[in-house]
Design a binder for this molecule. Structure first.
Ligand code: ADP
Length: 553
């Protein structure tokens, strides 16, 4: 059986200008990065005759290897086009942290992949580097400001702006900068986050154009003064400089699937420690140019989809017309207590137990009032009895369920799902918001935790309670909340799989992200800089004298 990278290597890609032409973009509408990648020049003119349907692909709680959400997304895009429904895929760009860590890339798998996969998973068009540079330029400007007079009285102990890098690097979670004497800066304790969790990444993903991005950069709170007043980038006078560094990164990237479906890949916040959705500009561009836009949000529907509905959707101004929940036999069995090593075997008792996880995600998505279908991402090891058990469970709930063979057969294996999605997207939906922006941040967290996660109650640390009071005084309480939580569990404890009930959810701290336009709530011991595992993916990679890579996936 060929690996993802071997299949991708054999792809016969079309020149990117042909892919652009397929969606009505001429050579002046794109900026080519080599032969197979391009950035789309903004603004894009909407095609009024299109259907502008939006389909969101999400999943159950995953195993550490992922559940094939991107694979099903890509297969679905291909299948829709094969059936004559003009479709563009919109997805996130991978971070090199997980690529060299455990999870692998984000370009799908098997015969449902986006190419050129090596480029996309490595440096791509440089967006993550631009974000990293912009973020760290701001950090250097702040430190310089403190050293050179500090007119606004920024308190070095209260700076919340951290440096970032696109690497899983636990050794940099906590650092002291400015050591070495008078001319080396003012010493202070700080730390690094991964770029995917940075506020600039969220801003890039939520901005509607370059001037909106600049406005949001100006609103970033970098820290507090000695008299505890927030200090913003705008007050410091750095907003234009930081925006300049992002002027190209804000443009969405165009690539193609193995089957030449146009795919816009742009922005890559993680869904556990950030808001987990590709950029608004990517989704909006696709919506303007296509009958069907299929997009994804990261990890399970408790994280990515909730944040899509409660954060991104508000900026996008468009509700999904249909939702696909991807489930696998493997992940359901894992959620039902099966060991990772046993997931290739038939485990019906664990599967039965693990279905509670799927059922909670179904109920949660139904709460938003959007038509939904469950897609079983088919693995070669699945048995007919396992598939039947999932189908019977969904039928008993009155929920449609389709098996998708996107990995082994590409779009040809995903056509049943595509047909169901078209049917659903044509139905009337009655979207309900989970919470109103008028609710307090504490209530917003309570609503998500009790209604989506199934918690009994929420406990806020003393620090978090103090912050809630302060945020209300500062008028920051009308923003949505972005909860940082483990992707493996509905709770804040990653070992609690399935669908736990009767638990207390813990918030230890809030981080205001006024530029992004949300308040981050850190739950449990969630870190915004991941670490590497005992045997990182990097260990199994090779490159030869011709530059041929193996082991990337
Ligand atoms: P997610 O988007 O849920 O994180 P991905 O689509 O990135 O998951 O898939 C994760 C990995 O699992 C990829 O390496 C992919 O090739 C593999 N994979 C996905 N679906 C299947 C399948 N049905 N059979 C075999 N491998 C699969």
């Amino acid at each position: 059986m060929m690996t993802d990278i071997e299949i991708a290597d054999q792809a016969e890609m079309k020149p990117i200008k042909e892919i652009a032409a397929q969606i009505g973009l001429g050579e002046d509408d794109i900026e080519q990065y080599g032969k197979y990648k391009a950035k789309i020049s903004l603004p894009v003119k909407a095609h009024p005759d299109k259907k502008h349907k939006l389909v969101l692909v999400t999943s159950i709680n995953p195993t550490p290897a992922g559940e094939g959400k991107s694979t099903v997304l890509v297969g679905l895009g291909d299948a829709l086009n094969q059936l004559g429904h003009q479709t563009i895929i919109a997805m996130r760009e991978p971070s090199m942290g997980p690529v060299f860590g455990i999870k692998g890339g984000a370009t799908g798998g098997g015969y449902s992949q986006v190419v050129p996969m090596e480029d996309i998973n490595l440096h791509f068009t440089g967006d993550l580097h631009a974000l990293t540079s912009a973020n760290n330029t701001l950090a250097a400007l702040i430190d310089n400001y403190i050293m050179r007079g500090n007119e606004l009285g920024l308190d070095p102990r209260r700076i919340i702006w951290k440096r970032v890098e696109d690497v899983n690097d636990r050794a940099l979670r906590n650092v002291v900068t400015g050591l070495g004497g008078l001319m080396q800066g003012v010493p202070r304790q700080t730390g690094f986050d991964i770029t995917a969790a940075s506020e600039l990444m969220a801003i890039l993903c939520l901005s509607t154009d370059l001037m909106d991005l600049k406005k949001r950069v100006g609103q970033i709170v970098v820290g507090y003064s000695y008299d505890k007043q927030p200090v913003t980038v705008g007050e410091l006078g750095f907003a234009d400089a930081i925006t300049i560094l992002l002027k190209d990164a804000i443009k969405p990237n165009l690539v193609q699937t193995l089957d030449h479906t146009p795919t816009i890949i742009h922005g890559g916040p993680f869904a556990n420690i950030a808001h987990g959705c590709n950029s608004v500009l990517a989704t909006q561009t696709a919506l303007q140019l296509a009958d069907y836009t299929v997009t994804e949000s990261g990890f399970g529907a408790d994280l990515g989809a909730e944040k899509f509905m409660d954060i991104k959707r508000r900026v996008l101004g468009k509700n999904p017309d249909a939702v696909v929940i991807v489930a696998t036999v493997r992940a359901l069995e894992y959620n039902g207590g099966a060991a990772l090593a046993d997931l290739k075997d038939e485990n019906l008792p664990e599967l039965k137990k693990g279905l509670a996880n799927l059922n909670r995600h179904i109920k949660n998505m139904q709460r938003y009032g959007v038509p939904l279908v469950v897609a079983i991402n088919h693995f070669a090891t699945d048995t007919p009895a396992e598939i039947k058990m999932i189908e019977d469970n969904c039928k008993a709930l009155g929920v449609n369920v389709v098996t998708a063979d996107a990995w082994a057969k590409g779009g040809a294996g995903t056509q049943d799902l595509a047909q169901e999605v078209v049917r659903l997207a044509d139905q009337d939906s009655d979207f309900h918001e989970l919470y109103s922006l008028d609710a307090s941040p504490a209530d917003k967290v309570r609503i998500v935790a009790t209604k989506i996660y199934g918690a009994k109650d929420v406990e806020f640390s003393r620090k978090a309670q103090r912050q809630l009071k302060q945020f209300a005084e500062l008028g920051w309480d009308k923003l949505p909340v972005c909860i940082a939580k483990t992707q493996y569990s509905f709770t804040d404890d990653q070992t609690q799989l399935g669908a736990p009930t009767d638990f207390t959810f813990h918030i230890r701290e809030f981080v205001p992200k006024l530029g992004a336009g949300f308040i981050v709530a850190l739950s449990g011991n969630m870190m915004t800089m991941p670490g590497l595992s005992k045997v990182p993916a990097a260990v199994n990679m090779t490159i030869d004298k011709d530059g041929k890579i193996t082991g990337l996936f």
